[in-house]
Design a protein around this ligand. Sequence first.
Ligand SMILES: C[S@@+](CC[C@H](N)C(=O)[O-])C[C@H]1O[C@@H](n2cnc3c(N)ncnc32)[C@H](O)[C@@H]1O
Length: 294
Amino acid sequence: MAELRLYVTATERQAEEILDILSDCFMEEDYALGTTEVDEKADRWEASVYMMLDEEAELFERIKAALAESFSHLPIEREVLPDIDWIAKSLEGLKPVRAGRFLVHGSHDRDKARPGDLSIEIDAGQAFGTGHHGTTAGCLEVIDRVVRRYEPRNALDLGTGSGVLAIAVRKLRKIPVLATDIDPVATRVAADNVRLNGIATGIALETAPGFHSAAFAKHGPFDLIIANILARPLIKMAPQLVQHLSSGGNVILSGILASQRWKVIAAYNGAGLAHVRTIWRNGWVTIHLRSELL
Ligand SMILES: C[S@@+](CC[C@H](N)C(=O)[O-])C[C@H]1O[C@@H](n2cnc3c(N)ncnc32)[C@H](O)[C@@H]1O
């Protein structure tokens, strides 16, 4: 059966509020929700709920009721989604992505870098992380800010995928970075990308599930930990992650849907970290937290 999205067009701020309302409305259900930027200059965004075609009538009424109080003036629109091979599509014609001072591009776009850009070359391949996903771009933006402000001396990139975030840290500062992934294919691809980006030393790669490796004790503790995984494993690993964090250290978490952010923040507050800020990209959030200086 075909899929459909019902959506509301709004400003970015309104779209965030709408997403919060819809997240509450569909809290324990499996509907995908998201916000997408349509026109940056005009501040036009869409907040969407995705569903099967036969669910439309019921969900339309629920969305209408949920938005009645604050957004009844915004029409609910519909789009039937075409059957697309999303994997093939995602590999086609990837354009360079800007996030913070970084420009992440494929080898075909080397010439797109401008003076002052920190360019990272990643070709779409077998590991996640070309910069196009809201979680990767969100991490890059926060990494730029955090590394400049706090000048970390030892970093960990947990769930490194293509290695893009470890490479980003190393491009900003010549500090040691441990980059790990549960998937041996990802650590292999990351090693290739590290070389491709001209980084000869400083990034150690390790295949490991979560914190199950002696490499963490050997290379840690870390004063910057980045983990772009998913909300559930991030919540589970909060106590271990904090054990490997230095006093005053920074943590950047992503892979979290906007609707899941409070649970993740609560888990890390419980483990002793303070929330600094949350940024949004296409329905995904990236969270920056900090430990107290002891
Ligand atoms: C969303 S991708 C992020 C890749 C890259 N860091 C980025 O930001 O684009 C998540 C990565 O985490 C890895 N991963 C998932 N669960 C993990 C775990 N428990 N321990 C280590 N790596 C994990 C996956 O194999 C995948 O490469």
